[in-house]
Design a protein around this ligand. Structure first.
Ligand SMILES: [Zn+2]
Length: 793
C-alpha cells in the first residue's frame, strides 16, 4: 500500500551535538560495526541455503479456491461460499488448519479497536480558519478534531462488521468443528493431514461492507450521494488459508490493521454475482465475456489488444448513463486466476473502463483501468499508461510480469495492491482542475501498487512480519521507474537527502522491527529501505553489481517465500561483496551518517639540503607572529647596544645561515644513499593527513572532493571498510604534487549525511535569508463586535 511522506521534524537540528556522548559510548567497540551478521541471521539449512537461495528441500503449501459470492448492493453485504483444496507439501503432519478472517478487525471487540490509542486532540494541525488566533474564544484550550474524524470514530464504535461464519464442512458436506480466535479461525481436521496429502473443505460466510471513506482500511465502499451509487473495492473478503512455513509454522500474527498479509499461492475460480448494470474487474481473467459484456464491449476489448493508446471499453457517457439505471437484476461474472496468493475485485455502475494490450517478454498483457467520471481527466490520461510503464521497468529489474492482466481501479482506497489488481485514490477537483501533487500522486501510486505485483504478490515475503521487504524493495523500484517517466520527476523516496530528518529523529526504529510496532511506518518501511538500496546501488556496489544481485534475488524467490536473511545473503552472494556492515548499520540500527572533517595537516619531505631547508626555515621564522611585548619593546634602548663590548659570537651567530660544515655533512649523507633512495629523497610532493570523525555512528564510504589551488579538482572514493578498526575517527593521507585549497565530504549528497556544516575544510559560511514582516496586533472582542468603550463617569 502507499503511505504519505514523513512529517517535518523541525526540532532535530541540535540532535547531533547533544547526542555525541552517547555515540562516543557506542564507538568504544568499533569492531562491532563490521562484526559478521551470522550471529543474528538464522542458521542456513536444506530449506534456505547460506547463499540466500531456496534450499534443495524447500517447500511451501498450496491452497486452490473455488468461490461463489454475491455483492448485495442494497444491504452493502458480501455473502459467499468457498471450497478450498489445501495441499500439504510440508514434511509435517497437520492436525488443524488456520484461516485468516481479516474482516474481524471491524468487530467492536477486535484487538484493532481495543488497542487503538486516543487520538491527539491537542496537536491538531492548524487548518483554514486560522488555528491559534486570539480572536475566537470558542476554543476550549485549543483541542480540536475534524467532523470527519469524529464521524469515523463514532462509526467504528457502532459498525456491525466482521466475518460471520455460517458453515464449515468437509469435502462430503459433513460439518467440521471450528474455533474463531480474533482475526483467525482454526478448523480441526477429521484425520491428520500427512505430508503430500490434500484436504478439501468448504466455508460459508457473510459480512457487512464498511464505508472506506470513514473507516479506511484496504477495502470497502465509497458512496456517491449525488447519484446514489457506490464504488466497491473488495478485498480481505473471503476466509483465506493462513501461511504455514518452515520459519514460523502456522502464521499466528493476528491482524491489528497495519501489517498486511502473506498467504499461500493457488489457483482461483471465482463466480461473482453483482447488480446487472455493474462493471466488475478482478484478480483474474474473465471467463464468460459472452454472458456479461455487450457485443460493442467485446469488440473494443479485441481492438485494445493491439492499440497504441488506451481504448475505452465503457465510455464516460456510457458510465453516466449506467449511473441512472439502478437495475435490480443480477449478473454473474466468472474469473480465473492461476498461481496467485490472493483475490480482490472492484464493482460499480459508475465505472469507465479502458484497456491497452502490451507485450512483456513476448507474452501479451492487458493493462486496464476502471474509474468514475469523477476521476477524469487525470485517470484517462495516466492510469493505464502508468501500468504499462511499470511493467516495462519492473520486468527489466526483476523478472517478466507473468500474469495476463494488470488493473488499476479508482475508488475510496488511497493505494493498495492485490494480485493483478490495485486500488488507487487520487482524483482531480470537482471542476476537473488538478494540482501537480494530484497528477504525480496518481502516476506514482499506480507505479507503486502495480509494482507490488512483483513484491510481495509474486516474491511472497511476509508483510505482517517485515513490511520493508515489500514496501522498501517496491519503493526502490518505484524510484527507478519514476526516473524513467520524465526528467526531474518529483520523487519523494530514494534520494539520500530525503531520509536525513527521519534518521536523526526520536521516532526512528530499526528497519528490522515488526510492522505493527513501528512508530512511523512510512519512513521506516518505505523510505529508509528504498534509500538504502539506492545507496547500495549508486555508492557501494555500483549499478552493474547491484542490478545483477537484485535480479538474482527476484529470480530465486519469485513464487516463493523469502525471509530477510535470504535477501541479505543473496545480495552478498551474487555481488561478491561483504555487506554485513551495511545491513547491520542501515537495517538493524538507528545510527545515522554524519561525517566531519576534524583537521587537515600538511607535510613535505625534508630534503636535508641546507641550501634548501635553511632558507625555508628562515622564511617560516620570519613569518611567525611577533608578540605584543616584543612589538612594544622594540623601541626600548638596549643595554648591550649602549655597551657594545657586551656582545660576542652569539650576538651575530645565525643558526639558520648555511655553513661549510652544513654542506659537507649533506654531501656525506647523500654519498651514502643508494640511487633509489636518492630519488625518494628528491620526491617533490605534499603529504596531507585528513582527520575524519564519524559523528553519526553509521559507517559509510568516505567520498571526498579535493579542490587544488590550481583550480583543478579530484574526487576520492573510499570504501566504508576504512572504519573497520576505528569507527569513530580515521586519518587518511593524500599525496599530491599540488596544493590543496579545500576538501568537501559527500559532495553529491549520496550517503544521507545529516549535518553538512561539518563537511567542508576550511569551514564555509552558512548562507541564508530572513524575511521582514510587520507585527500586527490581533483585534480584541470589543473591536470585533464594534462595541464602544463605556464612557468615564
Ligand atoms: Zn506499498
Amino acid at each position: 500500500m502507499s503511505r504519505s511522506r514523513i512529517p517535518a521534524f523541525a526540532l532535530f537540528v541540535l540532535a547531533t551535538l547533544s547526542a555525541w556522548p552517547a555515540f562516543a559510548q557506542k564507538l568504544i567497540n568499533p569492531v562491532d560495526k563490521f562484526k559478521q551478521l551470522e550471529e543474528i541471521l538464522p542458521t542456513p539449512n536444506d530449506f534456505r541455503t547460506a547463499s540466500g537461495a531456496p534450499g534443495s528441500r524447500y517447500w511451501q503449501q498450496r491452497a486452490d479456491y473455488v468461490i461463489d459470492a454475491e455483492l448485495d448492493e442494497v444491504n452493502r453485504r458480501i455473502t459467499g461460499r468457498e471450497t478450498i483444496t489445501y495441499k500439504n507439501n510440508s514434511p509435517d503432519t497437520l492436525t488443524y488448519v488456520w484461516l485468516q478472517l481479516d474482516q474481524n478487525t471491524f468487530r467492536k471487540d477486535s484487538d484493532a479497536n481495543l488497542t487503538k490509542t486516543a487520538p491527539r486532540l491537542d496537536a491538531a494541525p492548524a487548518g483554514p480558519g486560522g488555528g491559534g488566533g486570539q480572536g475566537g474564544g470558542q476554543g476550549g484550550g485549543g483541542a480540536r478534531m475534524t467532523f470527519d474524524n469524529l464521524d469515523a470514530l463514532l462509526t467504528a464504535m457502532t459498525f456491525d462488521g466482521g466475518h460471520n461464519i455460517t458453515n464449515v464442512t468437509d469435502g462430503k458436506g459433513k460439518k467440521l468443528p471450528f474455533t474463531v480466535v480474533k482475526t483467525m479461525m482454526r478448523i480441526e481436521l477429521p484425520q491428520p493431514l500427512v505430508p503430500g496429502g490434500s484436504f478439501v473443505f468448504g466455508v460459508e460466510w457473510h459480512y457487512n461492507i464498511h464505508n472506506a471513506k470513514k473507516l479506511g482500511a484496504r477495502t470497502g465502499y465509497e458512496p456517491f450521494p449525488k447519484d446514489g451509487n457506490d464504488i466497491y473495492e473488495i478485498a480481505l473478503w473471503f476466509p483465506r488459508l493462513a501461511a504455514y512455513t518452515d520459519v514460523n509454522g502456522w502464521h499466528h500474527k493476528q491482524f491489528l490493521g497495519s501489517g498486511e498479509f502473506t498467504l499461500e499461492f493457488g489457483d482461483y475460480l471465482v463466480r461473482l454475482t453483482a447488480p446487472e448494470d455493474h462493471i466488475v474487474g478482478a484478480s483474474g481473467v474473465l471467463q464468460n465475456p459472452l454472458q456479461v459484456l455487450s457485443a460493442a464491449q467485446r469488440t473494443r476489448l479485441e481492438q485494445a489488444k493491439t492499440a497504441k493508446k488506451p481504448v475505452l471499453i465503457v465510455t464516460p457517457e456510457e458510465a453516466k448513463a449506467n449511473e441512472k439505471e439502478k437495475s435490480t437484476a443480477k449478473k454473474t461474472w466468472v474469473f480465473k486466476a492461476d498461481n496467485v496468493r490472493d483475490f480482490a475485485f472492484a464493482s460499480s455502475r459508475k465505472f469507465i473502463w479502458d484497456a491497452q494490450g502490451h507485450d512483456v517478454g513476448g507474452k501479451p498483457v492487458m493493462a486496464m483501468s476502471y474509474y468514475p467520471n469523477e476521476g477524469n481527466p487525470v485517470w484517462e490520461r495516466y492510469s493505464t499508461a502508468a501500468i504499462i510503464h511499470t511493467l516495462n521497468v519492473y520486468s527489466r529489474y526483476s523478472f517478466d510480469y507473468p500474469y495476463p492482466i494488470a488493473i488499476s481501479v479508482n475508488g475510496p482506497i488511497g493505494g493498495m495492491e492485490y494480485p493483478m489488481i490495485c486500488f488507487n485514490g487520487p482524483r482531480p477537483e470537482e471542476d476537473g482542475t488538478y494540482s501537480s501533487r494530484t497528477k504525480y500522486g496518481l502516476i506514482s501510486v499506480v507505479i507503486h501498487e502495480v509494482g507490488h505485483n512483483y513484491f510481495p504478490m509474486i516474491v511472497n515475503s511476509d508483510e505482517r512480519q517485515w513490511t520493508w521487504m515489500d514496501e522498501g524493495l517496491n519503493s526502490f523500484l518505484q524510484f527507478l521507474a519514476e526516473a524513467e517517466w520524465e526528467k526531474d520527476y518529483p520523487s519523494t523516496r530514494g534520494e539520500p537527502r530525503n531520509i536525513v530528518e527521519y534518521m536523526t529523529s526520536d521516532a526512528q526504529d530499526p528497519i528490522m522491527t515488526n510492522s505493527e510496532n513501528v512508530q512511523l511506518l512510512g519512513p521506516n518501511a518505505y523510505t529508509k529501505p528504498a534509500t538504502g538500496l539506492n545507496i547500495l546501488r549508486e555508492t557501494i556496489l555500483g549499478r552493474e553489481l547491484f542490478d545483477y544481485a537484485f535480479k538474482e534475488y527476484s529470480r530465486r524467490w519469485k513464487f516463493k517465500r523469502p525471509e530477510p536473511s535470504d535477501f541479505f545473503r543473496t545480495m552478498e552472494d551474487a555481488s561478491g561483496v561483504d555487506l554485513d556492515w551495511f545491513w547491520r548499520g542501515w537495517f538493524y540500527s538507528t545510527d545515522h551518517a554524519d561525517q566531519a572533517i576534524e583537521s587537515v595537516k600538511m607535510y613535505r619531505i625534508d630534503t636535508r639540503n641546507p641550501d634548501v631547508e635553511k632558507p625555508i626555515q628562515k622564511k617560516e621564522k620570519a613569518a611567525e607572529p611577533v608578540s605584543l611585548s616584543d612589538q612594544r619593546n622594540e623601541a626600548l634602548s638596549k643595554f648591550a647596544d649602549r655597551e657594545p663590548w657586551l656582545k660576542d659570537f652569539y650576538n651575530s651567530y645565525d643558526p639558520l645561515e648555511v655553513t661549510g660544515l652544513d654542506r659537507k655533512r649533506y654531501e656525506e649523507l647523500v654519498a651514502k644513499l643508494e640511487p633509489a633512495e636518492k630519488t625518494l629523497l628528491a620526491t617533490a610532493a605534499n603529504f596531507y593527513v585528513v582527520n575524519i570523525r564519524n559523528v553519526g555512528g553509521l559507517v559509510m564510504p568516505v567520498i571526498m572532493k579535493v579542490d587544488y589551488t590550481d583550480k583543478s579538482s579530484e574526487e576520492i572514493r573510499i570504501p566504508a571498510e576504512i572504519w573497520r578498526r576505528n569507527a569513530a575517527s580515521v586519518e587518511k593521507m593524500l599525496v599530491t604534487t599540488k596544493e590543496i585549497a579545500a576538501i568537501t565530504l559527500d559532495p553529491h549528497l549520496e550517503i544521507a549525511d545529516t549535518d553538512l556544516s561539518n563537511n567542508s575544510f576550511p569551514k564555509q559560511i552558512a548562507k541564508s535569508r530572513f524575511q521582514l514582516f510587520k507585527q500586527e496586533r490581533p483585534k480584541n472582542p470589543m473591536q470585533e463586535l464594534e462595541k464602544k468603550p463605556a464612557g468615564g463617569k
